[in-house]
Design a protein around this ligand. Structure first.
Ligand SMILES: C[C@H](O)CC(=O)SCCNC(=O)CCNC(=O)[C@H](O)C(C)(C)COP(=O)(O)OP(=O)(O)OC[C@H]1O[C@@H](n2cnc3c(N)ncnc32)[C@H](O)[C@@H]1OP(=O)(O)O
Length: 732
């Protein structure tokens, strides 16, 4: 086999792209930036050079493009997007898409086949789409996640994917950033054949030679029209996609721009579509949304980097078998997430009836996943076998992690942990889901050498991606490393927080909800507040958020907050009054809204009666100016108190880095990702302005609004609110 020694300009070998010509006359070109083979303009230029070199060589009959060390390519390095890039690279991407991907690669006079293993995402996938055929392993992951960064596929994906799989599937993959496996891709004719990993390269080479010998079709993706719907139907599909986007996310434009680009290609031809795509990418990559979403991507990645812990060289221990001490509906949700991630799960209950109900709930959840096409039948059957319901501790001997989810009664929890101490091996990690009982108390009856960690899942359906890992006085770095890894495996983004009331998310949510109640008692309108916040981009306004939670548990938490933070809390009587009147939120069909059996919320004029009662109990008089607030003013009045609390958490080192609060706010509070999270957003507002508004409101409405010392200090220096945090070390 002839290996590339020099590039065509005579310089030393370019290691980002490798070129080898086999005896069979197939040049194998390998994207070689392991582990992910990320792309950059330089990598693409080098790929172009290598393809041109292979085209010139007489001994090369066909070409296979692949990636090194088990991944094709995870796409562009996203640091190239979001406003920090140089002008040169901006225009180069459009050039790459047309001059290279289309006019060099796709138009090549020798067949080019992609051999796809592992990840083929974004620009990586787009290279494969432009090849004349694609051979993949069954477990590869293919997709176009660009919309997650406020941009659109920029190497021809908007034009080629619809031509290969049709509009409905391509819209689903592009607009929802949906990844498909190699097998699914084969079923939708997106890849031409599946091959085991060890035979992949050979199969791809043979396929390329078969194309040359006319035994296989030589397909140019961009020229295909057979999968495109007739024009009227296509327009209808695009119209309904636009309507759905506008309904779900009225503040962002990039999905709409993407749909326009797809439509342009259908109406004016794919080459025009490519030019439009290049122009759109150039615009979008400089947008605030892109900058914010790229920030969120890296903030999520960095939650698992804990100075002084994850840099100690500790390796995560394997967690195979997990036991849950079940006591709530949440237990079944946790068990579902665990079996989906292939963990053996023991669900322990105290009676047969609850056991049966709990196990049935998990099975129903799994069935739901299967019916919605989110798992294969094989995976569904396997997941069901991973689950076992028990009434005793007999099978706890080989458990690696116990998640205690029993009711929030200190003595009950202490006894549970004392029992576990007796029947679990020393390596077993003990975790509790409580956010009410102090984690430092619940292990008091255990051996002192045993560790305890908090593992806080979220019950609201809108908050399923986040996991708070709570560091107690009895949590070692090893356990943190184990749980960070475990969190990622069960598809959660873990953030490490200190053991304080509310941890990070609830502590920010509490003032968010309290501010809303304070202003309503002073005369603002419930539904206008919710509307203003959702128009800003919050998933739920504060009152819908309260309704979604169970009032019973929310009020227990409120009491705890008021006890812990008496000086910075606002005591509203609204929730207790509503509970007395059997309005306990969505689960009872009545809260601040009324709900039909589909869960649809409608405003209820009756609510003013309860607000009036709360107002008179607190002796508050209405401030008429609150009835005429603009949406912008409402957003500030509700979000600045949450920001104030976020600042307290930074100064108290409750989280590891301030960007963790961005992640917590986006994943845990429904803060819009395209604004980058609560701290990132505050940079655009300015600490001085935030501080002055809080000072103004504290004079008018009381101490609840008083800016914390950290915020005052940052404002006095006109500094941003984020900063490096030095965390107190656990004694272990
Ligand atoms: C013009 C084109 O159309 C535009 C594009 O191509 S946009 C880019 C499309 N690609 C993506 O969105 C991929 C994003 N990345 C991911 O989803 C995941 O990282 C992954 C599935 C590729 C790998 O996951 P996993 O194996 O768990 O590794 P993970 O820890 O996430 O990543 C490893 C490192 O690579 C970095 N990384 C991953 N993808 C990256 C990307 N696209 N850009 C920059 N850095 C990236 C991570 O930040 C991490 O860095 P660190 O070691 O300093 O923390």
């Amino acid at each position: 086999m002839e290996k590339q020694r020099r590039t065509n300009d005579g310089k030393s070998p370019d290691r980002k792209i490798l070129l080898e010509v086999g005896e069979n006359g197939v040049a194998v070109i390998t994207i070689n930036r392991p582990p992910l083979n990320l792309l950059s303009v330089d990598v693409l230029l080098s790929l172009k050079e290598n393809i041109e070199e292979a085209m010139r060589k007489d001994n090369v009959k066909a070409i296979v493009i692949t990636g090194s060390r088990g991944n094709f390519s995870a796409g562009f390095d996203v640091t190239a997007f979001g406003g920090n890039q140089q002008t040169k690279t901006q225009s180069e991407l459009g050039f790459m898409s047309i001059e290279f991907i289309t006019d060099t690669l796709e138009a090549a006079r020798k067949p080019i086949v992609a051999a796809v293993e592992g990840l083929a995402l974004g620009g990586g996938f787009e290279i494969a789409l432009a090849c004349h055929a694609r051979i993949s392993t069954s477990t590869s992951k293919l997709g176009l996640p660009e919309l997650q960064y406020g941009i659109l596929p920029g190497l021809g994906g908007t034009q080629r994917l619809p031509r290969l799989v049709g509009l409905p599937k391509s819209l689903e993959m592009i607009l929802m950033s949906k990844r498909v496996s190699g097998e699914e891709a084969c079923n939708m004719c997106l890849v031409d054949a599946i091959s085991p990993p060890d035979l992949l390269l050979g199969s791809a080479c043979q396929w390329a030679l078969d194309i040359l010998e006319c035994r296989r079709p030589w397909l140019i993706s961009l020229c295909r029209t057979d999968r495109l719907a007739p024009l009227a139907e296509a327009r209808k599909l695009l119209h309904s996609a636009r309507a759905q986007i506008q309904k779900q996310n009225p503040n962002v434009i990039h999905p709409l721009v993407c749909i326009d680009v797809i439509e342009h290609g259908i109406l004016c031809g794919p080459r025009n579509g490519l030019w439009k795509e290049a122009e759109a990418l150039h615009e979008l990559r400089q947008s605030d949304s892109c900058r914010s979403l790229v920030h969120v991507f890296f903030a999520k990645q960095s939650t698992s980097k804990i100075p002084g812990i994850t840099d100690m060289g500790l390796l995560p221990r394997k967690i195979n078998k997990v036991a849950i001490l079940c006591g709530s509906l949440m237990s079944s949700r946790i068990a579902t997430a665990l079996v989906l991630a292939n963990h053996y799960v023991i669900m322990k209950y105290i009676d047969q009836n609850s056991l049966q109900n709990g196990v049935d709930r998990v099975k129903a959840n799994l069935e739901g996943h299967f019916k919605e096409g989110r798992m294969t039948q094989e995976h569904y059957k396997k997941a069901c076998t991973l689950l076992k319901g028990v009434l005793s501790y007999d099978s706890f001997k080989d458990v690696d992690l116990v998640i205690e989810d029993v009711p929030d009664i200190v003595s009950l929890k202490q006894q549970s942990f004392a029992d576990l101490d007796e029947c679990c091996l020393p390596h077993c990690i003990f975790a509790s889901t409580t956010c009410i009982v102090n984690l430092d108390w619940i292990g008091e009856k255990m051996e002192p050498c045993r560790e305890i960690v908090g593992i806080h899942f979220f019950s609201a359906p809108s908050v399923t991606d986040l996991l708070e890992v709570v560091r107690t006085e009895r949590t070692s770095p090893q356990v943190i490393v184990d749980l960070l890894n475990f969190g990622r495996r069960i598809q959660r983004t873990p953030i490490v927080v200190q053991n304080v009331t509310g941890f990070a998310v609830r502590r920010m949510c509490f003032p968010y909800l309290q501010a809303a109640m304070l202003f309503v008692e002073h005369g603002a309108d419930v539904y206008q507040i919710d509307k203003a916040l959702t128009s800003f981009g919050m998933k739920l306004g504060p009152f819908r958020m309260i309704d979604q939670d169970r009032f019973q548990s929310a009020s227990v938490r409120d009491v705890k907050f008021l006890e812990t933070f008496p000086d910075t809390s606002y005591k509203s009587n609204l929730i207790p009054i509503m509970m007395k009147n059997n309005r306990e939120g969505e689960s009872t069909f009545q809260g601040f809204y009324t709900y039909n059996d589909k869960g649809e919320a409608s405003p209820d004029p009756e609510i003013s009666k309860y607000i009036e009662m709360a107002r008179s109990m607190s002796g508050i008089t209405i401030k008429s100016k609150l009835a005429t607030l603009s949406d912008g003013e409402i957003v500030e009045m509700i979000l600045f108190p949450a920001l104030n609390e976020a600042c307290r958490m930074i100064s108290e080192a409750i989280i590891v880095k301030s960007s963790d609060l961005d992640v917590a706010s986006v994943l845990g509070m429904g803060f819009p990702g395209y604004r980058g999270g609560i701290i990132f957003w505050s940079h655009s507002v300015g600490s001085t302005y935030i501080c002055s508004k809080l000072e103004e409101w504290s004079k008018e409405y009381g101490e609840f609004f008083k800016p914390c010392a950290y915020l005052v200090e940052r404002a006095s220096k006109r500094s941003s609110l984020g900063m490096q945090i030095k965390q107190a070390k656990s004694p272990l």
